[in-house]
Design a protein. Sequence first.
Length: 436
Amino acid sequence: MSDSSPRLALPYLQPAQAQKHVTVNTALAGLDLLVQSSVAAIGSVTPPAVPGEGEAHVLGSGATGAWAGQDGALALWADGAWSFRAPQPGWRVWDLAEGALRIWDGTGWVHPPVDLSEIEAIGIGTAASTANPLSVAGPASLFTHAGGGHQLKINKAATGETATLLLQSDWTGHAEIGLAGTNALALKVSADGSAWTTALSFDPATGLASGACVQQAPEDGSAGQLMPVGAFGLGATAVALDSSADMADNLNATHFFANPSVNSVPANAPPVADMAWAGYQVRITSSRSIRLVGSASGDHLFWQGKTSGTWEDWDRLFTQRSVLGSVTQSAGRPTGALIESGSGANGRYRRFACGFMECWHSMTASAAAATGWTFPAAFAEPPVVTGTAVATVLAAVVLDAAPTTTAASLSVRDAADARRADGMYLRATGCWSLMS
C-alpha cells in the first residue's frame, strides 16, 4: 500500500504508527491548501517578508528565497513554514489579485472554458439586455473566416417580419438595409427615425430596381434619380405626348418624344401635316434648348429653338422628299415645299418658296385678232410677259394690252405692223406671293 493518496498526495496512517496526530495534521494542512483553494497571486517569485497565516501563492518561474526550486508549485504558509504542492491537471484556484478562477491544464493556469450554447445574454464591453441579448461596445467588431469564406446570417420567421441592418446616430435610426416586411432587398432612409422612405428596392423574382431614387415616369426630370430603361424615351418607346401635354412647358429635359395619336395634338406642336411624328429635345441650359421633329411618313422635318426661356416658331428643314411639292406660305413664311411645278392646257409653271413664279407656253397667234393666254397659275401681281415668234419674216410678239394676274393678250406682227398667224413661245415671270 502506498504511503500517500494518489491525487492530492496526502499522507496515510500506517499500522502501529507512533504520533499519528502528526500524519493526520499534515494531511489536514494539505486539504486546507487544496480544497476551496485561493491564492494571493499567480506567478509569484519572491516570498513576502511577513506572510499571513494560510497565505498561498502559485509560484512562477525563477522563484527565490524560501521558494527556490519550487517553480510552478502551490506554496502555503502555515505554522511558520512554507509547504509546497505540485499542481495536477484539473486543480482549481481563485486568483485573488485578478478576481478570477484559474485551472491548471498541465502546462499553465488558464481561465475555465465557458459554454455559450444556451446562454441567454452576453455583453462585451457593455451590459446585455432583453431587447439586445448580444451587446458589444468597442471601436470595431471583426468577423473573419476560418480557412475559407465567411457569412453573416440574419434570419426572420416569415415574409412579413424584419431581417435588416439598422444604422443609428445617437440612437436615432437614419438608414436600414435588408428585408423590411417583405422579401425584397430594400434600402430605407429617415431624417428623424420616424418617417422612412424606401430609396431603393430590388424585386426578389426579377432583380429589377424601384424606389424613390429611381425615375418614377419616363418624363420625370427630378434631380438625383436613377434612369431605368425608357427614361426620356431611351431604350424603349418615346415619351408619348397627347393633347394634355404642352410641349412649351412639360418637356424640360433632354429626351425623345412622340405624338402617337393623329387625333390628339399637344399645344405648341410642330405643323406636321399627318400629325403622327416623333423627335428629340436637347436641353442646353434652363433657358436654352433645341428640338428636331420628323413625321412618321418621313415627309416632314422641323426644327425649333428656345432662347431666353421662350420657344421660337418652328422652322422647316427640307429633305429629298420635301424639296418638291406644293409651295405655300403664311405671314411671309414658307409652309410647304421649296419648288412646285405643274402643267395644263394653258402651259406649264414653276413656283418657288421665295414667292417667285414663271409660266411658259407655246401657241399659234391669230392673223385676225389678238390671242389670249390664260396663265396655268395665277400671279399675285401682273407679271412680265415676253415671247418669241416662229416666222419666216421679221416678226415679233407684242402685248395688245397690259397683262393681268391671270392672263395676257398677244399678237405676232411683222415689220408693217400686220398681224400674222405664226407660232409663239411665251413666258411670264413674276410673284405668286408678295412675301415680306
